[in-house]
Design a protein around this ligand. Structure first.
Ligand code: F6P
Length: 319
């Protein structure tokens, strides 16, 4: 293993830069050549590859986004695109590839391994939807961004004695809603894993008001969606003013939290170690605080378990 390349793919996540930095500096520390691939698998197909040094990753540990840029490539989903990608890596003499991204990016890495490329995946997505790891890089920052918004919405919700419906990202995973909802003291958390009943929600809101609650915060995961419709229905049924806020892409930006930077640094380091040990088709993650790695096929086949206990705690503490 002499030359390793790194790319970021799919939706960006805060902490991706810290992960790139960790991969680049670990490679250099171990005497390897390291290449950066721009714009994910799209850039790979176009040969957008350049050599990196220690200074290429200076001043980025605290920055959101990804200096390598990112993309969602349709061409790379085809066999022809994947073959092209593998050929380019071979042409550049790249012995190992680190792919930083989520589920879709891991499928890309998995495809490349079928053409003999050594690849390791690093979980970079705000969604926290990868079953094999407790946390993904970017999730903690995103939860804190949502939390900041919830704190602000609580102020205005309390002043006007209104209901605030906050829609958050996460694709089909309710973790951002669950964690931010628990940390923000939300009255209700609506996630795709549990579903919801509009009448029950309205009842909970009315009961809260009768118990003296001045505000009511409802966090809705985008996998359920419909924040505007929920607000309209709540207002109609309860007679209490309701407003919807869809947080959108601000959840993807911002300076990564210490947790995300540390996770990214640990996982980036391990990814390079694995490639140096001749291991490929692996993804790295964290379980019970320990860095782990597992087979990419196994990781992608795993079904994510929803944290029922955390949901129960959030419910018990909400009224
Ligand atoms: O996967 C990250 C994510 O932000 C999801 O939470 C969201 O559903 C999606 O990406 C949005 O994608 P795009 O940036 O392409 O609109």
């Amino acid at each position: 293993m002499k030359k390793i390349a790194v790319l970021t793919s799919g939706g960006d996540a805060p902490g991706m830069n810290a992960a790139i930095r960790a991969v680049v500096r670990t490679c250099l520390d171990k005497g390897l050549t390291v290449m950066g691939i721009q714009r994910g698998f799209s850039g790979l197909i176009n040969g957008e590859i350049f050599q990196m040094d220690r200074r290429s990753v200076a001043d980025i540990i605290h920055r959101g986004g990804t200096i390598l840029r990112t993309a969602r490539s349709e061409e790379f989903k085809t066999e022809a695109g994947q073959k092209k990608g593998a050929a380019i890596l071979n042409a550049f003499g790249i012995d190992g590839l680190v792919v930083i991204g989520g589920d879709g990016s891991f499928h890309g890495a998995q495809a490349l391994t079928k053409y003999g490329i050594n690849a390791v995946g690093l979980p970079g997505t705000i969604d926290n939807d990868l079953a094999y790891t407790d946390y993904t890089i970017g999730f903690d920052t995103s939860v804190n961004t949502v939390l900041d918004a919830i704190n602000k919405l609580r102020d205005t919700s309390t002043s006007h004695e209104r209901v605030s419906i906050v829609e958050v990202m996460g694709r089909n995973c309710g973790d951002i809603a669950l964690y931010a909802g628990l940390a923000g003291g939300a009255e209700s958390i609506i996630v795709p894993e549990k579903g919801y009943d509009i009448n029950e929600l309205c009842r909970t809101i009315l009961e809260g008001k009768l118990r003296g609650k001045r505000h009511n915060l409802v966090i809705v995961a985008e996998g359920v969606g419909g924040a505007n419709e929920i607000a309209k229905k709540v207002e109609e049924v309860t007679g209490i003013g309701a407003r919807a806020t869809i947080l959108g892409h601000i959840q993807r930006g911002g300076s990564p939290t210490a947790n995300d930077r540390i996770l990214a640094s640990r996982l980036g380091y391990r990814a390079v170690e694995l490639l140096m040990d001749g291991k490929s088709s692996r993804v790295v993650g964290v379980r019970g605080g320990e860095v782990i790695d597992i087979d990419i096929d196994e990781a992608l086949a795993m079904e994510r378990k929803f944290d029922e206990k955390l949901y129960d705690i959030a419910t018990a503490l909400s009224y």
